[in-house]
Design a protein around this ligand. Structure first.
Ligand code: 8DG
Length: 133
């Protein structure tokens, strides 16, 4: 039986750009994603998102709204990805605690990184909604 992951992702927006992060380890290393991670048992999705952003970026975000849920089948697991539009709190500073790299990408540069397969449909949605411009 293949594994099923319930994951939350933060689409952190600033002036029409979003913060993309590059996975450092594992089978998807090198791929770009939105910061976030697995929802733990008993956790609400939004609570999980705030925790993951603290752990991965040493930062606080405010959650504006839910954007969409993406379902994707990888070779060895299935993914349910709940995506929220967020903004960095305070002076907007962050520190990469786990990722190899991060970039702010706008509508012109968003396709310049190799996104994880599950994120392709999400990027289309983000463009269509005008979250990147
Ligand atoms: N955070 C995030 N994960 C994504 C995205 N797209 C995508 O396919 N994934 C996949 C990659 C991983 O297999 C999974 C997230 O799991 P993870 O292992 O990073 O979660 P975690 O931070 O809880 O990790 P860990 O504590 O178990 O190390 O979802 C995305 O945009 N953001």
């Amino acid at each position: 039986m293949s594994r099923h992951l319930n994951v939350v992702a933060a689409i952190i927006e600033r002036d029409g750009s979003v913060l993309a992060t590059q996975r450092a380890t594992g089978s998807l290393a090198g791929g770009w994603e939105f910061p976030g991670g697995k929802v733990e048992p008993g956790e609400e999705p939004r609570e999980a998102l705030l925790r993951e952003i603290r752990e991965e970026l040493d930062a606080q975000v405010s959650i504006e709204r839910h954007v969409t849920d993406i379902d994707h089948a990888y070779d060895d697991f299935t993914l349910h990805l709940q995506c929220y539009l967020c903004h960095l709190e305070g002076d907007g500073a962050y520190t990469l605690m786990e990722h190899a790299d991060a970039r702010w990408l706008d509508a012109l540069s968003i396709d310049s990184v190799p996104w994880l397969p599950a994120d392709i449909a999400l990027i289309r949605r983000i463009k269509r909604e005008g979250i990147v411009r």
